[in-house]
Design a protein around this ligand. Structure first.
Ligand SMILES: [Cu+2]
Length: 498
C-alpha cells in the first residue's frame, strides 16, 4: 500500500517538472506564430476590452456587425473558499471564482489574451482554450509563473461554446482544483434574444475527508486517479446556487443556460427537474436538438440549453446520475416567480421533495457550529441550530417536520420514551439503522429504518441534539466524540428495547 502511494507521489512530481520544462521550451518556439496573427489581422480592427463576469452571470451580447480586436485580461488566483457548509478547500481559480470568468467574443474577432498569475500563487499556471485553433489551445504560449504575465493572440475562427482550462502538469490536479471556465464565440449574427442568460458549470472534487467532513480539506490525488469524487458540484460549492443564491427568473420568460463541465473525470447527465429543454445546442456546437429531457455534457465540453418558464416554483438543476445530486452536491435551483398556471400544473409547490436540506434558505447555522467547534466554543444552541437545518433534509421525510411520525409506520421522535431512555442507542439507530419490533410510547412498530452512516459524526450529534431539545423531549446533548465511538459498535437491536 505505502510504496504505491509513494510511487504515485513521485511520478506526480516528475510529471510536474516535465510539464514546466516542456511548456518553457514551447514558449520560445511559439513567438513567431503569435506575431503573425497580430500583424496581418488586428492592425486596423477596433480595440475592445472584454467585459468578463463571475458565475452565474454572463456578459451582455457583443452586438457587433464586424470583427474587433478583443483584449481579455484574466488573473489566476489561488484562494481558500467554502466547498460546503463548514468545509474549506484551496481552489485555484481563473479570475477568483469557480468556474472562472465567462468570456464572450464574436466569431472573427482577434483575441489578445493576457494571463496573469497573482504574486501570492504557489504554482505556475497556463490556459488551454478549446475555442483556439493551434497547438495546445494556447497552453504553451501562456505558461505563467507566480507574479508574472504572459500574452498571446488567436483568431476566433469557429462559433460555439467552449471550455477553457489550465493545462499545467499535473493537469488533472489543476483542473480538479477548479481551473476551468467557458468562452462563448457568438455566431456573426449573434444568438437569438432571450430574457435571461446564466452560467453554470459542473465539476468533480476530491478531498481526503469524506463528504461534508468539516475543516480545511486537502486535495486527494488517489481518489482523483480512481475517479471517486467526494463532491460533484455546480459552480464550485455546495449551495452556490440554492437558497438565497438560487438563479432567479419570472414566469413567461425565455431562459438560456450556458452549461459547461470542467470534469476532470465525470460526464454530466444534465437535467432540470420540472422543465423540458425546448432547444439544446448539444456539445456547444451549431446543431439544435429540440424537446430534450436530459443532455449529456462531456468532461471538457459544454451545451447551451433553452427553456421557457411557464409555471412558478423551484426548478432543480441536477446531474441525473442521481447520487451525485443528493449525496455529492450536484444540485442547483432556479426560482421562478409569477402567477400560478393551473391549466398546465395543478399541484402546489413542495420544495422539500427534491431539495432535502437544500430547501432551507441557507445552512449558515452549520458553518457557525463548525467554526465554534474548531475554536472549542460549541454551545448547545449552536448544535440545536445546525441540527434543525439538517433534520429537515435527513429525518423529516419519515418522522415528519414536527417529529410526530406516522401512526403505525414511523414512530414519533416527539416525546419518545425510546429515544429519551438511551441516547447512545439512538445514535446507533441513526448510524446502523433499526429493524424488528420496537415499542415507542406503548405502541409497537415493526419496520425498517435505513442506516445513515454517510452522515458525519458532527452531523449525527447535532441532529440528535436538536431532536432531544425539541417537541417535549427531555433535553440533553450528543457529542461528535460519542458518535465516533458508537460508529465502531454493533447496531442498536430490539433486544435492548426494554
Ligand atoms: Cu493551473
Amino acid at each position: 500500500m505505502k510504496p504505491q502511494v509513494k510511487r504515485r507521489a513521485l511520478s506526480v512530481v516528475a510529471a510536474m517538472l516535465t510539464g514546466i520544462f516542456m511548456a518553457g521550451s514551447a514558449l520560445a518556439a511559439d513567438i513567431p506564430a503569435k506575431a503573425a496573427v497580430k500583424d496581418s489581422a488586428s492592425a486596423k480592427l477596433p480595440v475592445i476590452h472584454a467585459q468578463l463576469t463571475s458565475p452565474p452571470f454572463v456578459p451582455p451580447a457583443t452586438n457587433r456587425k464586424s470583427p474587433a480586436k478583443v483584449i481579455v485580461e484574466l488573473e489566476v488566483i489561488e484562494k481558500e473558499m467554502a466547498i460546503s457548509e463548514g468545509v474549506k478547500y484551496m481552489f485555484w481559480t481563473f479570475g477568483g471564482s469557480v468556474p472562472g470568468s465567462f468570456i464572450r467574443v464574436r466569431q472573427g474577432d482577434t483575441v489578445e489574451f493576457h494571463l496573469k498569475n497573482h504574486p501570492s500563487s504557489k504554482m505556475p499556471h497556463n490556459i488551454d482554450l478549446h475555442g483556439v485553433t493551434g497547438p495546445g489551445g494556447g497552453a504553451a504560449s501562456s505558461f505563467t509563473a507566480p507574479g508574472h504575465e504572459s500574452q498571446f493572440s488567436f483568431k476566433a475562427l469557429n462559433e460555439g461554446l467552449y471550455v477553457y482550462h489550465c493545462a499545467t502538469a499535473p493537469v488533472g490536479m489543476h483542473v480538479a482544483n477548479g481551473m476551468y471556465g467557458l468562452i462563448l464565440v457568438e455566431p456573426p449574427e449573434g444568438l437569438p434574444k432571450v430574457d435571461r442568460e446564466y452560467y453554470v458549470m459542473q465539476g468533480d472534487f476530491y478531498t481526503t475527508g469524506k463528504y461534508r467532513e468539516k475543516g480545511l480539506q486537502p486535495f486527494d490525488m488517489e481518489k482523483a486517479i480512481d475517479e471517486k469524487p467526494t463532491y460533484v458540484l455546480f459552480n464550485g460549492a455546495e449551495g452556490a446556487l440554492t437558497g438565497e443564491k438560487a438563479l432567479a427568473a419570472k414566469t413567461g420568460e425565455k431562459i438560456r443556460l450556458f452549461v459547461g463541465n470542467g470534469g476532470p473525470n465525470l460526464v454530466s447527465s444534465f437535467h432540470v427537474i420540472g422543465a423540458i429543454f425546448d432547444k439544446v445546442r448539444f456539445e456547444g456546437g451549431t446543431n439544435i436538438q429540440k424537446n430534450v429531457q436530459t443532455t449529456l455534457i462531456p468532461a471538457g465540453g459544454a451545451a447551451i440549453v433553452e427553456y421557457d418558464t411557464k409555471v412558478p416554483g423551484s426548478y432543480v438543476l441536477v446531474d441525473h446520475s442521481i447520487f451525485r445530486a443528493f449525496n455529492k452536491g450536484a444540485l442547483a435551483v432556479m426560482k421562478v416567480d409569477g402567477a400560478e398556471r393551473k391549466e398546465i400544473y395543478s399541484g402546489k409547490e413542495l420544495d422539500s421533495v427534491y431539495l432535502g436540506d437544500r430547501a432551507q434558505a441557507n445552512l449558515n447555522a452549520v458553518t457557525v457550529a463548525t467554526n465554534s467547534a474548531e475554536k472549542g466554543t460549541l454551545t448547545l444552541q449552536d448544535q440545536i441550530n445546525a441540527g434543525a437545518q439538517l433534520y429537515a433534509g435527513t429525518c423529516s421525510v419519515c418522522h415528519q417536520g414536527n417529529g410526530a411520525g406516522l401512526p403505525g409506520v414511523f414512530p414519533p421522535l416527539a416525546g419518545s420514551d425510546y429515544l429519551n431512555a438511551d441516547h447512545n442507542r439512538a445514535v446507533r439507530a441513526v448510524l446502523h439503522g433499526l429493524n424488528g419490533k420496537v415499542t415507542v410510547n406503548g405502541k409497537e412498530y415493526n419496520s425498517v429504518m435505513p442506516g445513515m452512516s454517510q452522515l458525519n459524526d458532527d452531523e449525527v450529534a447535532n441532529i440528535l441534539t436538536y431532536v432531544l431539545n425539541s417537541w417535549d423531549n427531555k433535553g440533553g446533548k450528543v457529542s461528535a466524540d460519542q458518535v465516533k465511538t458508537a460508529r465502531s459498535k454493533a447496531p442498536a437491536t430490539k433486544a435492548e428495547a426494554h
